[in-house]
Design a binder for this molecule. Structure first.
Ligand code: NAP
Length: 283
């Protein structure tokens, strides 16, 4: 039997990830001799790992926290989204370890938000918690969809300021602000609240938002999908707000990564079924 082509996810931690379920289901469905696995990687091992992908028969990678920005310096070619965001979540390995970087997070988010949830971002006011790799990818899409305002909040204020600077170069119409504290926000004007921080992944994490900040006319979107309902989503759901976790964003970004990896159309239904099964096992 031919050696299986290897694909996978690098990050630290990665054990929460559901990506192997959807990619392996897609390989099986298409009859491909390929396998997707998790590569938990410490920072000191990142460079050696990326420089030896071809040698180790790895043909493509997804990238998650905390490496989406750190991988940039190893890329030989960057897509426009990667150039803008400075973050890559997909690496395609070519001949002689030639690394092409893509970012499918923003497109995955946009597809879910606009086409599934039917939320039209145009002229809306958005508050985003976190200004890391995912927030960059998402805001790039929101600007293109002509949101009215974007408020950025990150525990490291400088990151939010840097993102504001980048976004301001992309749009003259959108008002972009950085807040030092959530108490500054006039929440009744917020239409879309997005959690793009890892806060909520661990059971012991606090809820980043207080109940009285939420209102029932907002959409609260948490990028986290494991657990399926974070404290933030439970709180928002309790007060009657519309909520979504990041599972379908994961599906759509994964579908696009799959196409970059293989050149084939992703079998999204198969990938979705695999994700649903994996989620049911979590509950
Ligand atoms: P990241 O690059 O580490 O960015 C997260 C940012 O949020 C960091 O700047 C972090 O600061 C900041 N932060 C952490 N806790 C905070 C808090 N309580 N309040 C405000 N800011 C806070 O991570 P990422 O790659 O953007 O990912 C963010 C989350 O989205 C993760 O949970 C990830 O799993 C999820 N995600 C989901 C999908 C999907 O398909 N559903 C796709 C991409 C990402 P420090 O660095 O100082 O901690």
């Amino acid at each position: 039997m031919k050696d299986k082509k290897l694909f996978g996810l690098i990050g630290w931690p990665v054990k929460h990830s559901l990506s192997p379920f959807m990619h392996n289901a897609a390989f099986k469905y298409l009859g491909m001799e390929a396998c997707y696995r998790l590569f938990p990687l410490k920072e000191e091992d990142l460079e050696g790992f990326l420089k030896n992908l071809s040698k180790n028969k790895i043909f493509g990678l997804n990238v998650t926290i905390p490496y989406k920005e750190k991988v940039i310096e190893y890329l030989d070619w960057k897509s426009p989204q990667v150039r803008f965001t400075g973050a890559a979540n997909t690496i395609v390995v070519g001949k002689n370890n030639y690394l092409k970087g893509f970012n499918t997070d923003g497109i995955g988010f946009n597809r879910h938000l606009v086409y599934d949830l039917k939320f039209n971002p145009r002229d809306k006011n958005v508050l985003i918690l976190g200004a890391g790799g995912a927030a960059k990818a998402i805001t790039y899409q929101l600007i293109r969809r002509r949101v009215a305002t974007i408020l950025l909040y990150d525990i490291v204020r400088e990151k939010a300021e840097n993102l504001k600077e980048k976004l301001s170069q992309q749009s003259e119409d959108c008002a972009i602000g950085v807040i030092a504290s959530l108490e500054e926000v006039d929440f009744k004007n917020i239409d879309l609240l997005i959690n793009a921080t890892p806060c909520g992944m661990k059971k012991t994490d606090p809820c980043p938002i207080k109940k009285d900040m939420l209102h029932k006319n907002m959409l609260v979107y948490d990028l986290i999908y494991n657990p399926t309902q974070t404290k933030l989503l439970r709180l928002a759901s309790d007060i009657g707000a519309k909520t979504s976790n990041g599972l379908r964003m994961l599906l759509y970004q994964g579908g696009l990564s799959f196409t970059h990896f293989t050149g084939k159309k992703a079998p999204l239904r198969v990938m979705e079924e695999a994700l649903k099964k994996a989620v049911n096992r979590l509950c």
